[in-house]
Design a protein around this ligand. Structure first.
Ligand code: AMP
Length: 209
């Protein structure tokens, strides 16, 4: 199944994707994670996008579309995928239509207050990408991932000044995709406010498994 996870930063897209990728047997493809890996590796792509991402802005469409086009051409994405964080603009969505079909777009519905609560406490494993939270889902040992032992840290773009910018960018550039996909009959809304186990139940119902 080819799925897009759409929603504001902090809506729980990545957390749910990690929980259901084995269930669906498809790769979880997160543009944000690909960019963060490039930054950590100090590759040319990483050097190009670091300051943009730290400021909470969007990487340009041309770069992002080329990246996803290449990623979706790989063997493991041929039977389906979960796209997390792509598309984020109408131009990206239109480009995606030229190289892939989409079965469903899951819209993570959550108020701003929920987003801010999640992002302000979010801590991420540098190695496996698992999302922890300082209140709702603490790692057993401080700063250490329960699953792979990697370092657990706060993303630079989860700091308050960048969060505000990311929400503004979401409203202006990404939210219009809700109507774009609703008109195509692909959109399914899920309530993203509860804890992940409950969201998973709503998600399974939404995609009919
Ligand atoms: P995320 O992990 O999805 O919150 O993404 C982190 C950051 O990576 C975003 O705030 C953007 O700066 C950048 N990014 C991720 N996906 C995209 C995209 N589809 N288009 C442009 N920038 C993106």
């Amino acid at each position: 199944m080819r799925l897009i996870f759409l929603g504001p930063p902090g809506a729980g897209k990545g957390t749910l994707a990690v929980r259901c990728k084995d269930l669906l047997k498809t790769p979880h493809i997160s543009t944000g994670a690909i960019f963060r890996d490039a930054i950590a590796a100090k590759s040319p792509l990483g050097l190009k996008v670091k300051s943009i991402i730290d400021a909470g802005k969007l990487v340009d469409d041309e770069t992002t579309i080329a990246l996803i086009k290449e990623r979706l051409s790989q063997e493991d994405a041929q039977k389906g995928y979960i796209l997390d964080g792509f598309p984020r603009t109408i131009a990206q969505a239109e480009a995606l239509e030229t190289f892939s079909t989409v079965d469903k777009v899951i819209n993570f519905d959550i108020p701003d207050s929920g987003v801010i609560e999640r992002l302000s406490g979010r801590r991420v494993c540098r190695k496996c990408g698992y999302n922890f939270h300082t209140v709702f889902n603490k790692p057993k040992k401080e700063d250490e991932c329960d699953f792979c032992g990697g370092e657990v840290y706060t993303r630079d773009d989860d700091k308050p000044s960048a969060v505000e910018k990311r929400l503004e960018v979401y409203r202006e550039q990404t939210q219009p995709l809700i109507d774009f996909y609703r008109k195509k009959g692909l959109l399914v809304d899920i309530d993203a406010s509860p804890m992940v186990d409950e969201i998973l139940v709503g998600f399974k119902k939404a995609i009919g498994i």
